[in-house]
Design a protein around this ligand. Structure first.
Ligand code: F0G
Length: 450
């Protein structure tokens, strides 16, 4: 018997208790939350897989850096460290800090887009789509067809359909497309990676039409790891070299440092275009803060400066991707339909296949997420008809893994809960909406079982 080669590459210095509830309590709590898991109190959740955003554990190096935070309003040392660390990876001239990813999106689209414009993306995340639409532009998803078939095995299901991109540019004209975006990894499409080859092709098309290419870079390190594992020619490159190469094919990026920045808050917007950067910084001052802090404390900038480099470490990425796959592979072996292959930051259960008796109009993803909570106190999130309404191409339940937070025994428990719900799936009922907000309705919607 050989000894395993992957374990959690850290030991735990600080712990936080989690709390059991009874099934009867959870029934009451779920009713009070109108069957919307966003409305639960976090103390009533045992294993919280709502998001991998801002929920990671920081390292001793990050906590030490936090103590070095320089809280000067302008020109702080912490900004320099943040700027140099991010610049080392992305290579763009202007690194504009923001309080999180959507603030970078709002500023980018606010400055570059107007009514009637069109923004193509492999798949817009919900806040990205909402920010594009908020300025009157149209958000178009151009995912390859393979990316829309949950059970299909394909190494780069996050790729953009380059034929569809060419067709879109021909149809609407390059003047109406202020930028093209690639989301790495493709969160709404199953945490699936984009290949370097696809990045290169999209970049070539953008250059030919003189359209800037931006990355929604939230999970750039996980994407780089998948390229290393799966794409010919990259096995011997470091994750950082792969990430650096990817960013070279683009003109800028938006980033939520709450993901592969390994921080609890923060983000940034990058460009090498001086004129654009000036307009972005002007808007930043209006709504986020001075350009050397952008709505963050100096200590937050320090946490990102250290964390974004840690996210690229080989030991960490090997563990990270293996631990997510461990969950996915174990439930898939039990028959649970998931988006294959397992994603980087999350496992996505195909709720339409899990609950074939519940039509999309009755929110099978919400029904399944509610049941996972009832069964085991597990909080997940629907990515489907509630989140995207008519734009939903799948009904998925995402189990997002916070970084460096849960151990293998937590994951074994999750497997048991999910398999138990799968055994009893025939009893699960659909849902109906009883209240909805005009946009981003999934955060606050109220539902009830049918
Ligand atoms: N882009 C992608 C691909 C994201 O996944 C997110 C956030 C954002 C942009 C916005 O970043 O939250 O810092 O404003 N995703 C989180 C999630 C919320 O749960 O997937 P933010």
């Amino acid at each position: 018997m050989s000894v395993r080669t992957i374990i959690e590459p850290f030991r735990i210095k600080s712990v936080e208790p989690i709390r059991w509830t009874t099934r009867e309590q959870r029934e009451e709590l779920l009713k009070a939350a109108h069957y919307n898991l966003f409305l639960l109190h976090a103390d009533d959740v045992l294993i919280d897989l709502l998001t991998d955003s801002g929920t990671g554990a920081m390292s001793t190096h990050q906590w030490a850096a936090i103590m070095e935070g320089d809280e000067s309003y302008a020109g702080s040392r912490s900004y320099d460290r943040f700027r140099n660390s991010v610049h080392d990876i992305v290579g763009y001239t202007h690194i504009i800090p923001t309080h999180q990813g959507r603030a970078a999106e709002r500023i980018l689209f606010g400055v570059t887009c107007k009514k009637g414009d069109v923004v193509p993306n492999n798949t817009h995340f919900d806040t990205t789509r909402a920010n594009v639409e908020f300025v009157g532009a149209e958000a178009v998803d151009l995912l390859i067809p393979e990316g829309r078939q949950p059970s299909l095995q394909y190494p780069f299901k996050g790729n953009m359909d380059v034929v569809a991109l060419e067709a879109l540019i021909a149809r609407v004209g390059r003047e109406r497309i202020p930028l093209v975006m690639l989301t790495v990894t493709n969160n709404s499409g199953g945490g699936q990676p984009v290949s370097m080859e696809n990045v290169r092709q999209v970049s070539a098309i953008c250059k030919r039409h003189r359209i800037p290419l931006y990355f929604d870079a939230c999970r750039f390190a996980e994407n780089a790891w998948f390229i290393k594992l799966r794409e010919p020619g990259y096995a011997d490159k470091t994750p950082k070299e792969i990430a650096q190469e990817m960013f070279r094919y683009g003109d800028g990026c938006t980033m939520s440092a709450k993901k592969d920045g390994m921080a609890n808050i923060g983000g940034f917007l990058c460009t090498s275009n001086d004129l654009l950067a000036q307009q972005e910084k002007d808007l930043l001052i209006l709504t986020e803060g001075y350009p050397t802090y952008g709505g963050l404390a100096g200590r937050d900038l320090e946490a990102i400066a250290v964390g974004i480099q840690e996210a690229l470490q080989v030991d960490y990425l090997r563990y990270r991707i293996a631990s997510t796959a461990y969950l996915g592979n174990h439930i898939a072996e039990g028959g649970v339909p998931i988006v294959q292959p397992p994603g980087g930051h999350a496992i996505y259960i195909d709720a339409r296949a899990f609950l074939p008796h519940i039509p999309s109009s009755q929110f099978p993803g919400v029904a399944l997420a509610s049941e996972l909570y009832l069964e085991g106190g597990v909080r997940s999130v629907e990515i489907g008809t509630l989140m995207f309404a008519n734009a939903a191409q799948m009904d998925l339940v995402r189990l997002a893994m916070p970084r460096r937070v849960y151990t293998q025994s937590h994951v074994d428990y999750l497997v048991e809960v999910i398999l138990e719900v799968f055994r009893n799936r025939a009893q699960i009922r659909g849902m109906r909406l009883t209240h909805e907000a005009p946009f981003l309705r999934h955060f606050t919607a109220h539902l009830a079982p049918i």
